[in-house]
Ligand binder design. Sequence first.
Ligand SMILES: [Ca+2]
Ligand SMILES: [Ca+2]
Ligand SMILES: [Ca+2]
Ligand SMILES: [Ca+2]
Length: 454
Amino acid sequence: MLRLLSGIGLVLGVCAWGCSSREAGTCERDSHCTGAEVCFEKKCISMKDRKAIEDKRAEEAKPKVCEDKDGDGARAGSGCPAGEALDCNDKEKEQAPTRTELCDALDNDCDGMNNEGLKGCVQTLLGGPLKPLQAHSVVFDPAGFVLLSDNHRVWKVRLDGTAEVLAGHELSHAADGHGAEARFSYPRGLARLADGSVLVADCKNNCVRKVSPSGDVSTLAGHCSTATKEVGQFADGGPGAARFYCPSDLAVAPDGAVIVVDQGNARIRRIDPGGQVTTLAGVGPADVQDDAGQDGFLDGPALQARFNDPQAVLVDGKGVIYVSESFNCRIRRLDPSKGDKAEVTTLAGESDTWLGIGGYQDGAGKGAKFNYPHGLAWDADGNLLVADTGNSAVRVVTPAGKVRTLYGKPQEGKPLSVDGPIPQARFDAISDIAPGPNGSLFVVDAGQLRWIVP
Ligand SMILES: [Ca+2]
Ligand SMILES: [Ca+2]
Ligand SMILES: [Ca+2]
Ligand SMILES: [Ca+2]
């Protein structure tokens, strides 16, 4: 011990004259390392690497056991021999790798997906190690997969729950290119084109992108950038000249034009097939008040109408546009074929437009209430399906404005996502919906992909 102490004293003493005793590439303390690196066992490494080493050692230090605590016949623990199918949750008798999947709240067969393949059931998809982080929007491709936007990527998810990144990277930026070379920044709404490409409302890049079926990303309209000077821009015009402010969703009209919810500008925009961008409705950001103090809600002539946090858009076969608005808790309607005479009307919903307080009420027109509605989709009968986020429900609206609840219901307290038989299943915060095969419906619920299979 004395020798050790005198050794430390010697090092400290030498250090006082400039640490000349330290071998090149080694460290004694964090200040010897650059940037965010720390000194760990004389080497400068990242905090993440240090945590990984410490976690691995802690795991190795644990006693090696292989037990069947819940008595279901399947064991679990780090002492189990390689190749043995391990109990994913050694607490539930109903959950073991040898079990068959049941329509309940548990992943009975331990494959990372719950209720996969079961009819009459709400399921949670995505097994395997590669998973979207915080999914936002969803579309179904009839070729048999789902496209999903998450933080900064577009994913391709197959119905067996396997997934791959079609384009984008964990890190946000603005760049066109192939696959992971391309960068998005909080991509939101998606719309599928007939050729299998998908359009992406690249919200925080303030532009509209296109992803080919093979993952080539190009820019359709706007100037993709997160630079401060680009934020809050608004301009109509041709390619290169037009500006958007956080587009949140888009839909393809029968004439091939793309209708965009320009959320930050509180306007509905149109990109014609030649790339010219015009404004169809709205006068500007909801938080800008006019002389009369008008704040974010006004029906009437399209270019005087006001929106407040418009979210999603759909276009029917005649070109009529439907928009969900979270802060106004309404579904609005616009028929641009009427040209200068086009008006924005309210199809359904009512709220306190100052406070953005909606509610929960089935009924017709203003007699119905929504609570922060987001994603929209068509059902097979031409009704609108609405992701009623705040009510933890999927609502359906007829073209005449009659609203009823299709799946889920508001929950008291903190909403929970619960898988199981459709009548008992619950949703938390549904951001988007997309019809799937055989009358099924995909929903993005609190960032997870869930599938309602009647
Ligand atoms: Ca067990
Ligand atoms: Ca178990
Ligand atoms: Ca399963
Ligand atoms: Ca289950």
